[in-house]
Design a protein around this ligand. Structure first.
Ligand code: APR
Length: 216
């Protein structure tokens, strides 16, 4: 389930809001500043405790870290660091895609049923909104498609366990979902369903997402 809203992400009572942070992860301007102001000083303290992977870097570009939301209505803040846009030919698309994938994975690991994303990298970091939104929508749609396939496969597996195949049907029914989990399907624990909200600060950004998702 994908929603697009125009507004201030710090007001959303969702399980997780995503922060467009920087690698130091101690606050900044833009949505980072807004989230830290709304969350209160405890957020800064929590970020300070996130171990540095190298001097001055708590969250490398493309990765994600999670902290509580403290005074925010959101339970968690997932901090991710988008790429600084140069020309789109220096790995920026891949890094931006990784921000969405890693944030969704972290949300799932923490049992989140709803997550709100700002338009990562499209402010200070200069990523053109149209290009960034295409990547955001593609990554979220891929994630949701994969999640629902895993849920269907898990459902079928549990159904099979409850009523084993009768002897005359030794060959398990061919499933249309064969393509979705090539590895041992029994091993795939389904990810919890999650509602994804694209929270755009401007109407213009929201209209870009709506056009991409045919919601206009
Ligand atoms: N709610 C939702 N979206 C917001 C909010 C808010 N309260 N405030 C700003 N935004 C939007 C901006 O309009 C932009 O569309 O978030 C998007 C991302 O812009 P930035 O916050 O500038 O983030 P980014 O481009 O990823 O640059 C990150 O900026 O603030 C610093 O510390 C941050 O160094 C990091 C860099």
């Amino acid at each position: 389930m994908i929603k697009i809203i125009q507004g201030d992400i710090t007001t959303l009572a969702v399980d997780a809001i995503v922060n467009a942070a920087n690698q130091v992860m101690l606050g900044g301007g833009g949505v980072d500043g807004a989230i830290h102001r709304a969350a209160g000083p405890e957020l800064y303290e929590a970020c300070l405790k996130v171990p540095e992977v190298r001097p001055g870097v708590r969250c490398p570009t493309g990765e994600a870290r999670i902290t509580p939301g403290f005074r925010l209505p959101a339970k968690f803040v997932i901090h991710t660091v988008g790429p600084v846009y140069r020309d789109g030919l220096h790995g920026e698309p891949e890094k931006l895609a990784a921000c969405y994938r890693n944030s969704l994975a972290l949300a799932a690991e923490n049992g989140c049923k709803s997550i709100a994303f700002p338009c990562i990298s499209t402010g200070v970091y200069g990523y053109p909104i149209e290009d960034a939104a295409k990547i955001a929508v593609r990554e979220v749609e891929d994630y949701l498609t994969q999640s629902c396939r895993e849920a269907e496969v898990a459902e079928e597996e549990s159904g099979r366990a409850r009523s084993p195949v009768s002897p005359e049907r030794s060959e398990p029914r061919k499933r249309s979902l064969e393509v979705c989990a090539p590895q041992d399907r029994g091993a795939v624990a389904p990810r919890p369903p999650i509602e994804v909200i694209f929270c755009c600060f401007s109407e213009r950004d929201a209209s870009v997402y709506k056009r991409l998702l045919n919601m206009v």
